[in-house]
Design a protein around this ligand. Structure first.
Ligand code: PEP
Ligand code: MG
Length: 874
């Protein structure tokens, strides 16, 4: 038998997500469970991949298979595709393996043409409904399949409203809608130089192709990058018999969550509209009613719906997000999926499901997406500042958190302002999937339209971005301003939103970091039971170290010592050290730096309460510290008894063409060993001081030499470190162990890791530099051109954010193996940015690192991601 590319819902099941996509697999599941699902079939993700492999052509054999399956729906339903006497209409929807809400395309009411519409009018006894469906279909098909934007048709609708002197779509009668169809088709022909396709066969083939194409539209690509979804998965296409929620007052449509997606409360939560199609609920054009009110309108349908929701939750053992339609009093289920939820809700639901005996702790831990914890760790308003702030309006609290920033009125403007370093609040009539990037860069989102399940609400919740929606009091004007609460706003004015209460303030309001407790602690404790990777933090001062400790960090994987030298008087001493012409002069400057550094280290050791602390020696290109403005140069010259011109000459001589590959890292200590000497004194003296106060901590400081590529350079610096440290320890009369290790951040170090391990007691992978040097592009500049690489699908992800496992990762893997050959008990960790990225953490687990180290606010994310890695790779 030839390969099967099309499956009836009744042929599939929930385990076939990879092939049928999430939506298709769940529709198959619901069909199998005997739930009322309109008949349909799935064109598989393999068909999508084949479509791309075949240069964007659907093979004839797949088209034949599709129509064999249309015939099966015809046989079951008794209706016929394209037959005016008893027409079958179809919906075509995308559905990939991972849910990507609104990112790809949908076409409804497929199969309509001038003859079929008359049949529908007659059969339904409702010509208005028939023509309304027809005009919607033309609009959707033209937009999705033929690239004629929907809003061009809105202009025609507005013209007709003006001619008729009406304001609402609902005021059009059947004759108006028929005229609208005529004008739509006329417009279509004028712009496409061809008639609107009336053959339902062509409509179906072209629609399926369009859904395949939408897998690669820019917003889908962006969403995939954000959510780690590989392009190779492709999307499936669900073709399903239409049922109508807009046929009359005994029809309706709605969406619901089996638990509250904002708080996690175990209570059905949703919205519906009578006499409407699904897009009306989601687009937020009409304001929907709460799901409980359906009980009064249609008690039988409501009861059946509640029973199905309970069954679905028990089946999937997770909160479900469902769509339904009621046609002539009969309930149909159109979709179910695990519902998107806020971070707080995710934790509550996971913990509740364990307490309800529905799932195990392992499952609960796996159910919470580590990325999501970000939202819990994000700011809230400062209570005192909030008391002073003027409330100018309120609307639906669509996604919690606090946001304060400058108004942007379009997604593009939001991106532009963000790139210019502004904090942005995006204010829109309503959002659509095209706005995804603008939404992502915004601190908060405010929309004039839309309910709790509108696009803005669902997407913002998923991103953990604060959102207030459905603010009907906003009045937009044509000159790029809007009015709210008697205040007029233009782009660049401050506004603040509280996504938890729905309140809006017409000014900047101070925000404070989030506080976490309750279910968070419980889930984190469970995560800690399963993970084998330790989680450390990158912190350069006692405050950050304390924050990370409170978030559960088990040590510090990277103290960037140079970060301590930017503040106040320190920069002066640092500059003096850099421009010194002799060792003597340099030692004088280093003497000034020593007490500051020692004091910082003591503070950091204290904050970590005996957990290991890795201190990295001076690393950056020295020019980063040099004075550039004339006053600073004059001051420094005076301090050092130099002529200004002489100092300018020294600064000039320190210029490097490629500082990132210049005089930095271990090379500084090779040129000026006295720097390593001073830093060793600071590390060891601070440790001795703290050990005196806390002998029970058994401190073992870890000294890390950066940017090593050759064992001899490490050995040279290590000798200085050991000599200095041992003298200090001997003189103190105390016992103190310490380790000397290195970063692996130059490809040569990875290649020579066995030799280097002979001298290094630990390796810490500096994957920022390792990525930079392996790819050969600058970590500071790559952002400028990488967008072209994403657009052209050369790279899917930013390699500085997600570890390039196939390339850079190969070096890491090799260095781990070679390192263990050189020193079997070598300690292995990572301190590049990737240490806080869940997919990279999974990799770190697999190659056998002992710990990851990341910024303090990512510590909880890393703890959970490490647990995921342990559970998934069991
Ligand atoms: C690295 O290169 O990965 C690293 C952690 O060091 P830095 O970012 O300070 O260069
Ligand atoms: Mg580095």
């Amino acid at each position: 038998m030839s390969h099967k590319y099309v499956y009836q819902f009744s042929e599939g099941n929930g385990t076939m997500r990879e092939l049928l996509g999430g939506k298709g697999a769940n529709l198959a599941d619901m069909t199998g469970l005997g739930m009322p699902v309109p008949h349909g079939f799935v064109v598989t993700t393999e068909a999508c991949t084949k479509y791309y492999d075949d240069n964007q052509v659907i093979a004839d054999s797949i088209i034949d298979e599709m129509f064999e399956n249309v015939a099966k729906i015809e046989a079951i339903s008794g209706k016929k595709f394209g037959d005016p006497t008893n027409p079958l209409l179809l919906s075509v929807r995308s559905g990939s393996r991972a849910s990507m809400p609104g990112m790809m395309d949908t076409i409804l009411n497929l199969g309509l043409n001038d003859k079929v519409v008359e049949g529908i009018a007659e059969l339904s006894g409702n010509p208005r409904f028939a023509y309304d469906s027809y005009r919607r279909f033309i609009q959707m098909f033209a937009d999705v399949v033929m690239d004629l934007p929907k809003h061009n048709f809105e202009v025609i609708i507005d013209e007709m409203k003006e001619e008729k002197g009406i304001v609402l779509d609902t005021q059009f009668d059947a004759a108006d809608l028929k005229e609208m169809v005529r004008r739509f088709k006329e417009y279509y022909t004028a712009h496409k130089n061809e008639e609107f396709p009336s053959d339902p066969r062509v409509q179906l083939i072209e629609s399926v192709k369009a859904v395949f194409r939408s897998w690669n539209n820019p917003r889908a690509i962006y969403y995939r990058r954000l959510n780690d979804i590989p392009a190779s998965w492709g999307t499936a296409v669900n073709v399903q018999m239409m049922v109508f929620g807009n046929m009359g007052d005994d029809c309706g449509t709605g969406v619901a969550f089996t638990r509250n997606p904002a708080t996690g409360e175990n209570k059905l939560y949703g919205e519906f509209l009578m006499n409407a199609q699904g897009e009306d609920v989601v687009a937020g054009i009409r304001t929907p009613k709460e799901i409980e009110e359906l009980k009064d309108v249609m008690p039988a349908a409501y009861d059946e719906f509640v029973t199905i929701c309970n069954k679905l939750e028990a089946h999937y053992k997770d909160m479900q997000d469902v769509e339904f339609t009621i046609e002539r009093g009969k309930l149909y289920m159109l979709q179910t999926r695990n519902g998107k939820r806020t971070a707080a809700a995710a934790l509550k639901i996971a913990v509740d499901l364990v307490n309800e005996g529905m799932i195990s702790k392992e499952k609960a831990v796996l159910q919470v997406n580590p990325h999501q914890l970000d939202a819990l760790l994000h700011p809230q308003f400062d209570e005192n500042a909030l008391k002073q702030a003027k409330l100018i309006g309120s609307a639906l609290p669509a996604s919690p958190g606090a946001a304060s920033g400058k108004v942007a009125l379009t997604a593009a403007k939001a991106v532009e302002m963000k790139n210019a370093g502004e904090k942005v609040v995006l204010v829109r009539l309503e959002t659509s999937p095209e706005d995804i990037e603008g939404m992502h860069v915004s601190e908060g989102i405010l929309t004039a339209r839309g309910g709790m399940t509108s696009h803005a609400a669902v997407v913002a919740r998923g991103m953990g971005t604060c959102c207030v929606s459905g603010c009907g009091d906003i009045r937009f004007s044509k000159n790029g301003t809007f009015e709210l609460g008697g205040q007029t706003f233009k782009e660049g004015d401050y506004i603040s939103l509280d996504g938890t209460t729905g309140r809006i303030y017409g000014e900047a309001v101070k925000t404070v970091p989030a506080s976490i407790s309750g279910d968070f602690e419980t889930l984190m404790e469970w995560a800690d039971e399963f993970r084998t990777l330790q989680v450390r933090t990158n912190a350069d001062n006692p405050r950050d170290a304390k924050q990370a400790f409170d978030f559960g960090a088990q040590g510090i994987g990277l103290v960037r010592t140079e970060h301590m030298f930017f503040e106040g008087d320190r920069i002066k001493a640092m500059r003096e050290m850099i421009v010194s012409k002799s060792e003597q002069q340099r030692r004088r400057a280093l003497e000034k730096l020593l007490p500051m550094q020692r004091e910082d280290f003591e503070g950091i050791y204290e904050a970590m309460q005996g957990f290991p602390v890795t201190i990295r020696y001076l690393d950056p290109p020295l020019h980063e510290f040099l004075p550039t403005n004339p006053q600073d140069i004059k001051d420094l010259a005076a301090e050092m008894n130099l002529e200004v011109s002489e100092l300018e000459g020294i600064i000039e001589s320190l210029h490097e063409f490629n500082p990132m590959m210049g005089h930095r890292g271990v090379r500084l200590a090779v040129s000026y060993p006295e720097i390593a000497e001073m830093q060793t004194r600071a590390v060891i003296e601070a440790a001795l001081n703290v050990s005196r106060r806390h002998p029970e901590w058994n401190m073992v400081p870890e000294i890390m030499i950066p940017l090593v590529g050759e064992v001899n350079e490490l050995r040279y610096v290590k000798d200085i470190v050991v000599k200095t440290a041992d003298e200090l320890i001997a003189a103190s009369g105390l016992e103190l162990k310490y380790l000397v290790g290195t970063m692996i951040e130059i490809p040569r170090a990875a290649l020579k890791a066995d030799e280097i391990a002979k001298e290094a007691e630990f390796f810490s992978f500096g994957t920022n530099d390792l990525t930079q040097m392996t790819f050969g592009f600058s970590r500071d500049d790559a952002g400028n051109f990488l967008t072209h690489y994403y657009d052209k699908k050369i790279y899917e992800q930013d390699p500085f954010a997600r570890l390039d496992q196939g390339g850079v990762g190969k070096l890491v893997d090799m260095a781990c193996r070679l390192g263990k050959e050189g020193r079997p008990n070598i300690k292995l960790g990572i301190c590049g940015e990737h240490g806080g990225d869940p997919s990279s953490i999974d990799f770190c687990h697999r190659v056998g690192l002992h710990y990851v180290s990341c910024s303090p606010f990512r510590v909880p994310i890393a703890r959970l991601a490490a647990a995921h890695a342990a559970l998934k790779n069991k």
